[in-house]
Design a protein around this ligand. Structure first.
Ligand code: MYA
Length: 434
């Protein structure tokens, strides 16, 4: 995937019977990968008229160790932050999207449903639910003014969107107040008109007005300059449907029934004390998670309010499970995944792919492999078709063994106005954005 945020779907090669139980790693010399590497190197050579003007790591500075880590530019005095919005082309006007309003939430939902991230082959498009959008956009301390829309002046139709939410992100020993920027979307008919840079400048201005000077974001495109580049992995839960809709292919010398058998999971989780997280677990989960995340170079700095918001289960949005020791009642392990369906474009039989995305997982007593197998089991019971995970944190330790296959989706992570000297290994990253 080269031109979007992350993969609504990415075909994977299924294993054949000679390759034990593991999906074949995608051949790195495949045409797809060669093309991607070529495009990425073109992007490095490419002029970025907008991004070259921004306080982000520039390609020319990669490897220059004389540049210090930390903010690239100091904050400007608040009185010098522009008070009026940036100018849009005259047919358009700014709107602040009130996500509490059913009507506005519907408009945002429909804009994204029809115009947001697709895979390279345009077979799938993210279909974030309204409940999900409300969850993603209203964490503790959120600012309504950071939910920014663009409307056509005459019809009042919503044609573009960008959002920020506040977060404390730790980079090494520093906890930095940041905005997490997401849901940048321009209607398909208005692409390539340089609307995106204006929207990014406007969200930046509104973030600055709250005295916040850094941001974190992810994208499927290469921009100056990723702090790391992750890969998506996919674990089939409903292989027949995934093959029918073109998400995955039947491996060489594999039959459908063999494939179904390969991905079959037990009916119940194996770990004694594995149960859904509840409100009363928030303090213990916060301690567990804070302690676990402290080992990564970049991670969120979650307090109890954040944990309650981001991790307490919400139907069809976020699922969290933990292991409570049957003897001591200590909370020793935790796993979570969020629900992000994709529309299946132009298929006669299916319109929705139900995907679970691995979020934060912590193991202290239960081996991570067993914990994640239990997560797969509950996801399957909840009728998800596929379980996706990035190769961040300790995920690499279970991906192959639990029959995840590498996808073609790459996800680049970025910080705005914060320099990191060397790109991180994906296992040094403790941050998952939605
Ligand atoms: C302190 C606070 C700071 C806050 C801000 C922090 C930064 C936040 C940054 C945003 C984080 C967003 C996180 C997410 O939501 S990532 C999800 C992005 N959305 C999609 O992929 C949905 C489908 N695509 C679209 O809606 C459009 O293609 C978008 C809107 C993406 C671009 O519209 P369009 O195709 O009509 O292009 P243009 O003519 O207006 O503009 C072209 C310029 O835009 C640069 N471009 C293209 N794609 C992206 C991208 N994904 N991130 C950053 N920049 C991007 C591009 O390199 C070029 O600049 P330069 O190469 O010439 O320099």
């Amino acid at each position: 995937m080269t031109d979007n945020n992350s993969p609504p779907g990415s075909p994977q090669v299924n294993p054949d019977h000679t390759s034990e139980a593991n999906p074949l790693p995608k051949d790195d010399s495949s045409l797809e990968n060669i093309v991607r590497r070529f495009q990425d190197s073109m992007s490095l050579a490419k002029k970025h008229k907008f991004w070259e003007t921004q306080p982000v790591g520039q390609f020319k500075d990669v490897g220059d160790t004389s540049l210090p880590e930390g903010p690239i530019e100091p904050p400007t005095p608040l009185s010098e932050v522009k008070q009026e919005p940036y100018n849009l082309p005259s047919p358009y006007e700014w709107t602040t999207c009130d996500m509490d309003s059913e009507e506005t939430c519907n408009e945002v939902y429909n804009l994204l449903k029809n115009n947001y991230v697709e895979d390279d082959e345009n077979m799938f498009r993210f279909n974030y639910s309204k409940e999900f959008l409300r969850w993603a956009l209203r964490p503790p301390g959120y600012y309504k003014s950071w939910h920014i829309g663009v409307r056509a002046k005459t019809s009042k139709k919503l044609v573009a969107f960008i959002t920020g939410v506040p977060a404390r992100i730790r980079v090494r020993d520093e906890v930095v107040k940041m905005a997490e920027i997401n849901f940048l979307c321009v209607h398909k008919k208005l692409r390539s008109k340089r609307l995106a840079p204006v929207m990014i400048k406007e969200v930046t201005r509104r973030v600055h007005l709250e005295n916040i000077w850094q941001a974190a974001y992810t994208a499927g495109v290469v921009l100056p300059t990723p702090i790391t580049t992750c890969q998506y992995w996919h674990r089939s839960l409903n292989p027949k449907k995934l093959i029918d809709v073109g998400f995955s292919r039947l491996g060489p010398r594999m039959t459908m029934s063999r494939t179904i058998k390969l991905y079959k999971l037990p009916d119940q989780p194996a770990t004694p004390g594995f149960r859904k997280m509840e409100l009363r677990d928030v303090p213990a989960v916060t301690r567990l998670l804070r302690n676990y995340l402290s080992q990564f170079v970049v991670s969120p700095d979650f307090d109890e309010n954040d944990v309650e918001h981001w991790l307490l289960p919400t139907e069809d949005v976020i699922d969290s499970y933990l292991v409570e020791s049957p003897k001591t009642h200590d909370i020793t392990d935790f796993c979570s995944f969020y629900t992000l369906p994709s529309s299946i474009l132009g298929n006669q039989n299916y319109s929705i792919l139900k995907a679970a995305y691995s979020y934060y997982n912590v193991s202290t007593k239960t081996p991570l492999l067993q914990l994640m197998n239990d997560a797969l089991i509950v996801a399957k019971k909840k009728d998800f078709d596929v379980f996706n995970a990035l190769d961040v944190m300790h995920n690499e330790s279970f991906l192959k063994e639990l029959k995840f296959g590498p996808g073609d989706g790459q996800l680049h992570y970025y910080l705005y106005n914060y320099r990191i000297q060397n790109a991180l290994r994906t296992s040094e990253l403790g941050l998952v954005l939605l």
